[in-house]
Write a protein that binds this ligand. Sequence first.
Ligand SMILES: Cc1ncc(COP(=O)(O)O)c(C=O)c1O
Length: 368
Amino acid sequence: MLDQLETPAVAVDLDILAHNLDAMATYTALHGLALRPHVKTHKSTRIAAEQVRLGAVGLTCATPREMEVMSEVSQDLLLAHPPIGAAKLSRLLTLPLETQLTVALDSSAAIDQITSTSRIMDREVGVYIELDVGMKRVGVATPQQVVDLARQVWRSPPLRFAGIAFYPGHIREPMRDQGPALEKLSVDLAAVLRVLEGEGLTAPVVSGGSTPAAWRMHEIEGLTEVRPGTYVYNDRTTAAIGACSWDDCALTVVATVISTTVPGQVVVDAGSKALGREPMRGGEEEGYGALLDRPDLVVSRMSEEHGIIELGPDADWHPRVGDVVRIVPNHVCVVVHLFDEIHGLRDDIVETSWPVAARGREPLAVSR
Ligand SMILES: Cc1ncc(COP(=O)(O)O)c(C=O)c1O
């Protein structure tokens, strides 16, 4: 039972998880899109293996440790984060030889760096040129810059031009209102693909996608691959955007009421070191997480190990010290990174547990 867990703990409803995995696999298959899910949300081989079983062509990672851990599950890994620096590059290029490596990058310097290491290791690496489609984080902005970098890759064996990548993280409006942003993305992408083709540099893969826009990715002309991550668990932000329903939120932070002494509030043992201090992005909502059973009640203030749920004057919720609550976090990926273990629930009973194997930064301690 949930009240036997030492809290704060993370619990995942196994049936909802299975539904979420299945729904994305079905959607992408239906639209002929290759699914390369981002593992940063779950960081677990158990879920990655299920994604591969359901048809994922490979996996997307953000860190060397994720690449190392996930090389046990898939032989086709993308590092969707510029691989800069000798230490990172050496970890990348010493992944098992059977792993097909691809990286996404956006600079000539990054190409130079990975060319040197891949030559020393005599190992082919696929390269996606990262395109900024509006988020203004990484990625080049113009078709000509994409062409210049793609040409540099062509001139730099054993690198291989594998395609282009983008992350539409700026599209966070409610799903039904995403039309104009997706249309603009489609037009901008088409312009880049046209210029590339004109230069004889057809992109074998066009990789994009996020969870907020996941269910409308088939509207993007030319897209061949999607990389959603958050969809496996979903969270309060994803539900607010409408990319999932509240009932699709598979992961909750289980917390215990530890104090009710201050009138008008309830204190639980999940603070910022369990929930993360992530604001709701793109919406009006306040707080750092909401109760699964009462989404109107939110954790509105936090210390590191205290979460304060303010009750309005008309509150009809009167928990007692020792009661257990389940909180849907604002941003699930950060929460997962804060815990060593996930508990899998069926009908509110802990059925299984698994490690968050790819959390942290340490090299995986295995001999290869
Ligand atoms: C490069 C890249 N691809 C894919 C994703 C997955 O997006 P989401 O978390 O919205 O599912 C992310 C998320 O941060 C990302 O940075």
